[in-house]
Design a protein around this ligand. Structure first.
Ligand code: PLP
Length: 459
């Protein structure tokens, strides 16, 4: 044992070792020394527990280099999203357009007129550029941008109905993954929830009966991540607006995803559009920046000027406001919507959602030979039809026909699929698929760089 400990190299001599010089140059003395100390400690523990030296003992410089590289990798690793879910919340939702990426980098390199009006050098408003675009695209009078749609809902409620009752249909008391639940947000905003109607049917008379002297507003929530089917009834926004007007109450809608374009024109399932609700007279409509819109994480509120002014003046707005990167990305994304003809090419979300099954099948056929060659000995590979999802609670029931390459183990060891999935997660650019029915599926809908995938999976 003693002799094993004495074989551990001294930190000083390692630091002088010529093989250590590249790491020292790249990472500095302090970092490298910390790294070597940690390795030394680990080696001692290894000797204590196993009475042997660790495997990497033969080459300390190489091991130190390998560990340094691993540590310097970003925790936000780029991955191949072959899960089949286009707007995958855990993988960062929308991929931004080239225009948005350029806009963000430009605003980071130089000072920008974030809150500065060039005509008279006065203080401008940070939401103004994006507001003008949003008004143009949705027909609204004004807009307000916050950190995400959850923040948008919180701000609308806190600013418009503090201490008052908010009337919502029982069928619309949504929970959006994790901590966002309409009743909880109400409480946080200081509002009192008044549930009307039933889970499957809510009528105008239910809203009417729910209105009292303490009502603050009427709220509609788009049931974005579930669908109630069968014997159902919900009140259309226009009807609700007419009722609310009789009582001088505003109507607000949390649209969740929302889409500024008619999705059916792209052969995609219909999704409500903010401009339709504005036209129906809804006072405020909120939706996400990084769902179907295809932009950065943000909460977008459009609607009546007087109400937007109240949101802008509320102290919460300061806490929930977005930074220049978000505004730059959002502005560039919205500008793309001015040219619907080129939107499908320019906006990655729409480009991926609208890929035809035929095109994806052809891609699978192109990839097969190289993957067969690399994995064919241990796995049986097949091209199989599958269904992609839009994701992020958008259009939960609808599926998009797609194709996957599937891997099933030649000998049916249950664990080898998990081992393969794990190996792919450890790659320089991890490849994320899904395991289902005893196969590992790589849904190719979101694969744009074929050559990079082949390189990653076969070298
Ligand atoms: C997604 C969603 C939210 C939350 O939006 P984030 O941008 O993720 O904060 C709120 N309400 C509805 C109906 C949603 O679909």
């Amino acid at each position: 044992m003693k002799t094993l400990y004495s074989q551990l190299p001294a930190i000083d001599s390692l630091l002088r070792d010529p093989a250590m010089q590249p790491l020292l140059l790249q990472s500095g003395t302090a970092f490298t020394t910390r790294q070597l100390r940690a390795m030394q400690q680990e080696a001692r523990t290894h000797i204590q527990q196993h009475q042997t030296l660790p495997g990497w003992h033969l080459n300390w410089p190489e091991e130190a280099q390998r560990r340094a590289q691993q540590q310097q990798q970003s925790a936000l690793r780029p991955v191949f999203n072959l899960t089949g879910t286009v707007l995958h919340t855990n993988l960062g939702r929308a991929q931004l357009s080239a225009r948005a990426i350029e806009a963000v980098t430009a605003c980071l390199r130089q000072p920008v007129t974030l809150e500065y009006a060039l005509d008279d050098a006065s203080r401008g408003h940070r939401d103004r550029a994006v507001s003008a675009l949003l008004c143009e695209l949705t027909g609204a009078e004004a807009a307000c941008i916050v950190n995400n749609n959850a923040a948008a809902v919180l701000l609308m409620l806190a600013a418009l109905a503090p201490g008052r009752e908010v009337i919502v249909s029982r069928g619309e008391l949504v929970e959006i993954g994790g901590a966002f639940r309409i009743p909880d947000v109400m409480r946080q905003a200081g509002c009192q929830l008044v549930e009307v109607g039933t889970t499957n049917r809510t009528h105008l008379k239910d809203y009417r009966a729910g209105i009292s002297d303490n009502s603050g507003l009427l709220m509609k929530v788009h049931t974005s991540n579930y669908q109630i089917q069968g014997f159902t009834h919900a009140v259309a926004e226009a009807e609700l607006v007419a009722l609310a007007a009789q009582h001088q109450l505003p109507v607000i809608t949390d649209l969740g995803s929302g889409s500024l374009i008619d999705m059916t024109a792209f052969h995609l399932p219909a999704e409500p559009m903010p401009q339709q609700l504005i036209a129906a007279g809804v006072d405020l409509v909120s939706f996400s920046g990084d769902k179907l819109l295809g932009g950065p994480q943000a909460g977008i509120i459009v609607g009546k000027q007087a109400l937007i002014d109240r949101l802008q003046q509320h102290p919460l707005k300061r806490a929930l406001r977005v930074d220049k990167m978000t505004l730059a990305a959002l502005e560039a994304t919205l500008q793309l919507y001015r040219q619907p003809e080129t939107l499908r090419e320019a906006l990655p979300t729409l480009r991926l959602l609208t890929r035809s099954p035929h095109e994806i099948l052809q891609q699978a056929e192109r990839l097969m030979p190289a993957l067969e060659h690399a994995y064919g000995a241990d796995f049986s590979l097949n091209i199989a039809a599958c269904s992609s999802q839009i994701g992020s609670g958008s259009l939960p029931v609808e599926r998009l026909p797609s194709f996957a390459i599937t891997f099933s183990p030649r000998e049916s060891h249950g664990s080898s699929l998990d081992a393969l999935a794990q190996r792919w997660r450890a790659l320089s650019q991890p490849v994320i698929g899904r395991i289902q029915e005893g196969r590992l599926w790589l849904d190719l809908r979101c694969l744009e760089d074929e050559a990079a995938l082949i390189r990653t999976l076969t070298t």
